[in-house]
Structures are given as C-alpha cells and as structure tokens.
Design a protein around this ligand. Structure first.
Ligand code: NDP
Length: 406
C-alpha cells in the first residue's frame, strides 16, 4: 500500500500547483510523443517545454522544435547531430546528441516528464528523470518490465510521482482505491485482441509485418503494434500492473474486449466493479496524466454508447496467443525472467519487422530464451545486472533469429 502511495499517487502538493508547467518529452517523435505535443499545443500558455528528444527522426524533431519552441532538442543517434544543428540554427534552441545527452535532457529540471521512448532504451533516461524526483508520466512499459523492483526503489527513494499512461493502467489508476488494496478482489486488464484476434494458427503463420502493424483500434508505433498482435503487449502490461498495483499476480486477469471502450476494471470484494470507459484515443490517458490531479479538456471523440450499441468480451485464447501465458510465467519465475522476456521480445519483434523471421517465431524464440533464463545469469541485484542480463538475452535471441532466419 505504501508503495502505491509513493509510486503511483506521489506528492499531490507539488503536482497541484496551477502555474505554468515545465515539461520534457522523451520520445517526442513517436505516437505517444506526438499525442502529448498535440495536447500541449492546444493550451500552449499553460506549458513551457524544456526538452524534446528523438532517436533518428531529425526531420520531425526539427519541425516539432520550430513549432513548439523547447529550450533543448536532442537526437540519440550522434550521426544525426549535424542535420539537427543546421535545422535549428538561428532559433536559439539548444541541440545535443547521443544517448547520454538524452539522459541529461531527462535530468533537467522539469515539473513533468513524459517517458515515451520505446523499449529498454528508455530505461536510462526514464531513471534519470525519476532520480531527480519529478513527476514522471510512464508510457514506456518496457523499462518497468525490465527493471521493475529496482525502478520502483528509485521512485520511492526520490519521491517521484509516477503516473501511468498506458490506457489500461491509467484506467485502473482512475478507479482503484489505492488505500484499500485489501478490498480489491481482481484487477481486469482489457485487450482489443489485436489484428489477428479471429485468425487461425495457419493464417497467423503467414502474417506479414504490414498486417501485424495494422491495429484495428489504436494508432501506435510499430513495436507495440506487433506486441498487440502477439498479445505480448498484454503480457508486458500484466507485469507492469503487478509492479504498479501490488495486489498479487493471481488477482490480475485479462479479458478480450474488441471494441476497446472499457479500458480496464477493478472488482471489489462487495461485488462492485469499477471501470473507466472512453473512445480509444491515447490523448485521454495522456491528458489525465498531464493535468493530474486536475482534468483538462481533450479533442478526443466522445463516447456514445447508444450509437455503439454493444460491447463484447471473451476469454483470451492462450493456444493461439501463448505470449500472454509466457509473460505470466516470467512474472511467476521472477528474478531476471521479466528482463529476459522483454529483451528477447524486443529482438524478435525487430527481426519480424525486418522480414527476418515469421510471426510465430517471435514468441517461439522468446519462449526458448526464457526457458534458459536462469542459465543467463543470477537475478539482478542492481541496474548493472539488469543491463548485463538484457545484453546476454539479446545475444541469445539474435543467435536464434539467425538460425531460424527465413
Ligand atoms: P514509437 O515507436 O511511435 O516512438 C518511439 C519514440 O522513441 C520515438 O520518439 C523514437 O524516436 C524514440 N526512440 C526509439 N528508440 C530510441 C532510442 N534508442 N533512444 C532514444 N529514443 C528512441 O512508439 P510509441 O509512441 O507507440 O510507444 C512509446 C512507448 O509507449 C512504448 O513503450 C509503448 O509500449 C508505450 N505505449 C504506447 C502506446 C501507443 O498508443 N502508442 C500506448 C501505451 C503505451 P524516432 O522517432 O527518432 O525513432
């Protein structure tokens, strides 16, 4: 319970101030980053942008910086620096490059930091923001999956306010009575089921990257879209929920809800079930985190239940979508298993997107790497161990990708 208060709710007094909010966006050129900037752009006078960061999409970063005027713009890839510098010359906006510069940007004083870098690459910068003891809106679930207990230790130590942005976790945050976790019977994460929800195993064996990223409900980056197609995204979210809302793994459940209107639910011991509903638009949970503990208006389409008519739910099919069971297994094994799961999944998803392996190979290889997780190293005692385990698991997954390459 103390963990929830410190880690998720944080310090309301600081976050409640009504002045101009200083903001940094890590991963501003991605899907979450763009949605965050869209909201900020609509109420520009309320926000002062400290830094925007990207990996290699310099063109978009230059456009964003010219429009939104942060004090600093950073690219993680040093090879992109000359283009960034030239593109922002004469604007007065400072520029920098390299992974260390991204982490340094994250550590600059800011009231609110959006952690929206994809993958474990977001761990170091997100931790840099956390260590400064600020308000961190967490979209980057992989950093929590990869280094959960150590990450939360840092959150507690620094007094950081951690606000969940993932729509399911944001929904739970909105309806969970965090001071009475003993009254929670179950937390139910909803899942759209992804683009292959009704596909047979044979059809999925032939799935292309273009089909996998064509999500029926959400417009997201490529990696999370593939994770949604395998249901690994829900598995990663299960682990994320386990760390954010410590009710016990056995009280976390998943239900498929193709319309993506109910974003998650909390069932209490008296039979009450509280859910958060809304149209599938990430600007709603982002706005919740951006304005927290207040609310701000968004341009998201409004929910019209009469027009939608019907909401449907079904149990996940673990035979066609084994990733969900795999993630739960990693959670049960504990130690370094979630780190290994996440690293192997990142490698295999990238290999699938590059046309190097087939769709079923993503989870099959991740499963094999996880099976040997204990042989890869002892449970991480510190962050250096997490990085080392992540590195070794990536090597192991890459070896397997090369062996099964198509
Ligand atoms: P995108 O792929 O759209 O964007 C990722 C961002 O991270 C980009 O700005 C990218 O820069 C940057 N980036 C990528 N690699 C690195 C790196 N090595 N170093 C520094 N920056 C890097 O992802 P999404 O916005 O879809 O997702 C971001 C995170 O939010 C993920 O963890 C995802 O799981 C989570 N999330 C996303 C949701 C969504 O609706 N999209 C919903 C819930 C959670 P560049 O553009 O230059 O490549």
């Amino acid at each position: 319970m103390a963990l929830i208060a410190a880690a998720v709710h944080g310090g309301p007094a600081e976050a409640d101030s009504e002045g101009v909010k200083t903001v940094t966006i890590l991963g501003s050129t991605g899907s979450i980053g763009c949605s965050t900037l869209d909201l900020i752009g609509r109420e520009r006078s309320r926000f002062d942008l400290v830094a925007l960061t990207a990996h290699r999409n310099v063109k978009m970063l230059i456009e964003q910086a010219r429009e939104h005027r942060p004090h600093l713009a950073v690219v993680a890839d040093p090879a992109c620096y000359a283009e960034l510098k030239a593109g922002l010359s004469g604007t007065g906006i400072e520029t920098a490059a390299g992974p260390e510069a991204v982490a340094a940007a994250a550590a600059l004083p800011a009231d609110w930091v959006m952690a929206a870098i994809v993958g474990a690459a977001g761990l170091a910068p997100t931790l840099a923001a956390v260590k400064r003891g600020t308000c961190v809106a967490l979209a980057n679930k992989e950093c929590l999956v990869s280094a959960g207990p150590l990450f939360l230790d840092e959150v507690s130590r620094s007094g950081t306010t951690l606000l969940p942005v993932d729509s399911e976790h944001n929904a739970i945050f909105q309806v969970l009575d965090a001071n009475r976790l003993e009254s929670v019977e179950q937390i139910v994460l909803t899942a759209s089921g992804g683009p292959f929800r009704t596909w047979s195993l044979e059809e999925m064996a032939r799935a292309t990257p273009a089909q996998a990223v064509a999500h029926p409900r959400w417009d997201m980056g490529a990696k999370i879209s593939v994770d949604s197609a395998t249901l690994m995204n829900k598995g990663l979210e299960l682990i994320e929920a386990h760390y954010l809302f410590p009710v016990g793994e056995e009280r976390l459940d998943v239900v498929i809800h193709p319309e993506s209107i109910v974003h998650s639910m909390v069932a209490y011991i008296d039979g009450s079930v509280l859910a958060q509903l809304g149209m599938p638009d990430m600007r709603t949970p982002i706005a919740h985190a951006l304005a927290w503990p207040r609310r701000m208006s968004t341009p998201s389409a409004r929910l019209d239940l009469a027009q939608i008519g019907q909401l449907t739910f079904e149990a996940p099919d673990l035979k066609r979508f084994p990733a969900l069971a795999l993630a739960r297994e990693a959670l049960r094994i504990g130690g370094g298993a979630p780190t290994v799961l996440n690293a192997a999944n990142e490698v295999t998803v990238a290999a699938f997107l590059a046309g190097r392996i087939g769709f079923p190979d993503i989870v099959a290889i991740t499963d094999t790497v996880l099976e040997h997780a204990e042989a890869l190293g002892a449970p991480p005692a510190g962050l250096a161990d997490v990085y080392e385990l992540d590195r070794i698991a990536r090597i192991r997954a890459e070896e397997m990708v090369q062996r099964c390459g198509c």
